[in-house]
Design a protein around this ligand. Structure first.
Ligand SMILES: O=C(O)CCC(=O)C(=O)O
Ligand SMILES: [Fe+2]
Length: 330
């Protein structure tokens, strides 16, 4: 990704406040106009210090001047006019500002795995391209046609059983009905994972759909042991994010690892990864993955499939297990 892309934005407030940078639409390499041609035309008005692609269309550029007066002169002369020296194209212009580089937190230096084999947390598996783009669009359209519940920073939908955020549990007596037919192909695919089909009964009966605006994450947590069975499946749609895993003991964090979740990937949390590690989506507009900045342009929608637990949890991770802590109190 060209890091110059999207570094420029509209001036806030008045859309006509002038700046030294001009966004120029309808010219660029994709329509046979080189950066040199653009520079020679815009240099008539003053010193041009940079020309950048405004996006990846090849037909929109940012022209940066050293002086505001030059940008204003170019804007007033060329905006909306047919420019003979640039292939006779009509230029559409507005002022643009250079965004400050995104703040990169020192914590972001955590190395991010692309594969679950690199992450190496027992029980955590990531499958890339679990669904096709068409299936992804169908799932997004299906949930977008249903009502969303607004939380403070994101929207959710619950199917099967409602997830209650106050108790971080479900009310097993309040069955909302079978999971909707639009997720049946996903559940079928999950069931065909090696080893999983041997399980008896229903594999999953609860679905939470999360719609995260760009930059919104989720605080570190372990899904309540007493609420859900071992396997938790989370399908990422539309946008990407990183998911961080933290191992706490005696209240402090001893180990941190992270994995990149691209759209259409399926993450399985099970065993130690599900019971003994907190998972967390940092609240970042930009994720650093292998020294590349990956901006969260789009919303991310996740489908988290779980199986509601019917008896107490008997996992080997008792220090994180509410079922086993409750037994001790009694
Ligand atoms: O958005 C995700 O992938 C994870 C959601 C999650 O951890 C949860 O709902 O408990
Ligand atoms: Fe979770």
């Amino acid at each position: 990704m060209d890091l110059n892309l999207s570094r420029f934005t509209n001036p806030k407030g008045s859309s006509c406040s002038a700046t030294q940078n001009l966004y120029v639409a309808n010219c660029g390499p994709a329509v046979g106009i080189s950066f040199e041609d653009i520079k020679s035309v815009f240099s008539i008005f003053g010193e041009v210090v940079g020309i950048h692609a405004a996006d990846d269309s090849g037909t929109r550029v940012i022209v940066c001047y050293s002086e505001l007066i030059a940008a204003k002169a170019a804007f007033e002369t060329l905006n909306g006019c047919r420019c003979g020296a640039l292939g006779g194209r009509i230029l559409h212009m507005r002022y643009s500002i250079l965004q400050p580089p995104p703040k990169v937190n020192i914590n972001d230096s955590l190395s991010v795995s692309l594969l679950s084999s690199e992450l190496a947390i027992p029980g955590i598996f990531l499958v890339h391209d679990f669904i096709t783009s068409e299936e992804e669009q169908e799932l997004l359209a299906a949930v977008d046609s249903k009502p969303w519940n607004n939380l403070s920073k994101r929207r959710v939908q619950h199917y099967g059983y409602e997830f209650l955020y106050q108790t971080r549990n479900v009310d097993t007596k309040q069955f909302l009905g079978e999971l909707p037919p639009f997720v049946s192909p996903i559940i079928e695919k999950i069931s065909s994972f090696q080893g999983i089909s041997e399980n008896e009964g229903q594999l999953v009966d609860q679905l939470t759909v999360n719609d995260y605006p760009p930059g919104i994450g989720l605080s570190p947590h372990i899904d309540t042991h007493s609420a859900f069975d071992d396997m938790i499946f989370s399908l990422s749609l539309a946008g990407s994010c990183i998911m961080e895993f933290r191992k706490y003991s005696l209240g402090s964090c001893h180990s941190r690892k992270a994995i990149f979740l691209p759209p259409r990937s399926m993450l399985l949390l099970s065993g130690e990864g599900r019971y003994g590690w907190h998972h967390y989506i940092p609240h970042h507009k930009v994720d650093i993955v292998r020294r590349k900045m990956i901006r969260r342009y789009s919303r991310r929608v996740s489908f988290t499939f779980r199986k509601v637990r019917t008896g107490p949890c008997q996992c080997k991770f008792s220090q994180y297990c509410d079922s086993q802590k409750m037994l001790k109190v009694v």
